[in-house]
Design a protein around this ligand. Sequence first.
Ligand code: 5RP
Length: 228
Amino acid sequence: MTTSNSLSQDQLKTLVGQAALQYVVPGEIVGVGTGSTVNKFIDALATMKDSIRGAVSSSVASTERLRALGITVFDANEVESLSVYIDGADEIDGKGFMVKGGGAALTREKIVAALARRFVCIADESKLVDVLGQFPLPVEVIPMAAAQIQRRFEAMGGQATLRQKDGLPLVTDNGQHILDVRGLAIRDPLAFESSVNQWPGVITVGVFAHQKASLCLLGTAQGVRTLE
Ligand code: 5RP
């Protein structure tokens, strides 16, 4: 994909990944999300690895990338709070409410985000939406509850499918499955998140409303726009 002044989506991700460095506090541990945009941030973070203590990571994939670049990774249980968590999104609206989990890391992302005082979302402009729900909503579920959760989404007008990998249900870092729900328009993200999170068998719904972004660095054809 190429934007009007010919910055590719990949270049926009690089721009916001680098821009996020300004929110990293020297001498501290930084919370790190998951995905292709965060990979750009991790690569940029490596340039200042000697001035941070390390990172808390939200996935096995990010942990491996951080360690390969010489950045110390702490277990989330070793940390009481973080000044900042930096992560991408599949969708973000003007209020900072997000859909996340395209990379299947939503549960750990919420756990690390909950440790942080500030959530900095990094995304290219294709992720900005008016109403959440165009991107299939990821929901991490306990496998034995998948069919009943699918029926509950159907009853509210959504179509939930089990995410597959190599012809088998995808297994998350937590050993669970992911449902992707199409056909929803999530007009009240706070209420939606609270409600779906109560359903038996739901581990995490990919709406990040109670832990919305504090600010978003949005990569646009005109450069990085900060949405606060
Ligand atoms: C992973 C996520 C990612 O932040 C989201 O999928 C965005 O990824 P990318 O930067 O590759 O577009 O929630 O679970």
